[in-house]
Write a protein that binds this ligand. Structure first.
Ligand code: ATP
Ligand code: MG
Ligand code: FE
Length: 343
């Protein structure tokens, strides 16, 4: 069976084709991605209306590219999966509309996928795929959650952020440092030259005893330091502040992951979402987990941020387990707000 997947929840248009065996690991046949980052950069963030319009422009050419790379045609596709939510309503409507229309024209069923389930299952696309059960640290632009995952579709939230997401903390701090959108990777790059000990920044909720997070105070602390440095901070000061910011975020993520692992007694950690690409986070998680006999799994670097492959993969893994609710016909809805535990 072959699944074609569409992702359009925010500022990446992703399309991918996956071969789904009756048993065993689904195999990625081809994928294509267009990031709108350059387009939104001028505005310092995602402009929803521009995002929707660009998804419309990109989605069919990307689909053709995927089919060509796989040397297949639409007639070979058995199920069409799409991100139903959460995300920007207008952006989601493009992917959903195209998926449902194509499926109706081809007489094939569709499968609605939860975007965060896509992130969560993206490590199954790497050579070193995890096994269930595991603790998942989901760290993306909009979410920061620790979950107990026993199987596909069995997601228990152990703790989450009470305000900003980790990616948001990276992006907002980066913006204060004058870095381009999205700031996470830029801040990480600048931090390479910095000394994290040069600034003391808060680690909110570090000792709460629960796997919960709060990052809004960190952003405020960074703002205070930026103001203190005045109009023209030196390159070294900016690098030091970037390093201190990254260190604060990473320390909280590592400590809370260890807490969740301890509380569940599980020996496996899966990291997913854009912040999972952060090198410092990977190094510190690897070191802390190695000491405790815990295996850590990540998505491939290119699959940490949004992509179509993770959506097709989530659909494939659901279908293999008989969990996919296949739909037929031309009606559909998107879910801009959608809790993963209810997916
Ligand atoms: P969500 O999945 O919650 O709806 P999203 O899709 O926007 O949000 P992702 O695409 O998973 O989020 O991740 C984007 C985020 O990851 C951004 O905040 C970005 O700054 C951050 N990010 C990407 N690479 C890095 C990095 N190397 N270091 C830190 N942050 C990073
Ligand atoms: Mg994005
Ligand atoms: Fe995402």
């Amino acid at each position: 069976m072959k699944v074609l997947g569409f992702e359009s929840s925010c500022d990446e248009t992703g399309v991918a084709l996956i071969e789904v065996p009756a048993a065993g690991t689904p195999r990625l046949l081809a994928q294509a991605l267009h990031s709108q980052i350059a387009m939104h950069q001028a505005y310092g963030g995602v402009v929803p209306e521009l995002a929707s319009r660009d998804h419309i422009r990109r989605v069919l050419p990307l689909t053709r590219e995927v089919l060509r790379d796989a040397s297949l045609s639409l007639a070979d596709v058995d199920v069409i999966a799409y991100t139903q939510g959460p995300g920007l309503a207008g952006a989601l409507l493009v992917g959903a509309g195209v998926a449902v229309a194509l499926a109706a024209a081809l007489g094939k069923p569709t499968l609605a996928v939860h975007h965060l389930e896509g992130h969560l299952l993206s490590p199954f696309l790497s050579a070193d795929a995890p096994e269930f059960p595991f603790v998942a640290l989901l760290v993306s632009g909009g979410h920061t959650q620790l979950m107990r995952v026993d199987e596909v579709g069995s997601y228990e939230i152990l703790g989450e952020t009470i305000d900003d997401a980790a990616g948001e903390a990276f992006d907002k701090s980066a913006k204060l440092l004058g870095l381009p959108y999205p700031g996470g990777p830029h801040l990480a790059q600048l931090a390479l030259q910095g000394n994290a000990a040069a600034f003391e920044l808060p680690r909110p909720l570090l000792h709460s005893g629960k796997p919960d997070f709060s990052f809004a105070g960190l952003k405020t602390a960074v703002l205070t330091q930026v103001k203190r440095l005045g109009e023209s901070p030196s390159d070294q000061q900016r690098a030091d502040l970037a390093a201190a910011t990254q260190a604060a975020i990473v320390e909280v993520l590592v400590k809370k992951s260890l807490l969740a692992l301890k509380q569940t007694g599980l020996k496996r950690l899966v990291v997913a979402g854009g912040v999972g690409a952060n090198r410092s986070l990977r190094e510190q998680l690897n070191a802390a987990c190695a000491k405790r006999g815990i295996r850590v799994h990540y998505p491939e670097l290119s699959l940490c941020t949004d992509n179509g492959a993770m959506i097709a993969m989530a659909a494939a893994m659901r279908l293999q387990r008989g969990l996919g609710q296949l739909q037929r016909g031309g009606s559909f809805e998107v879910r801009p707000r959608w809790d993963l535990a209810s997916a």
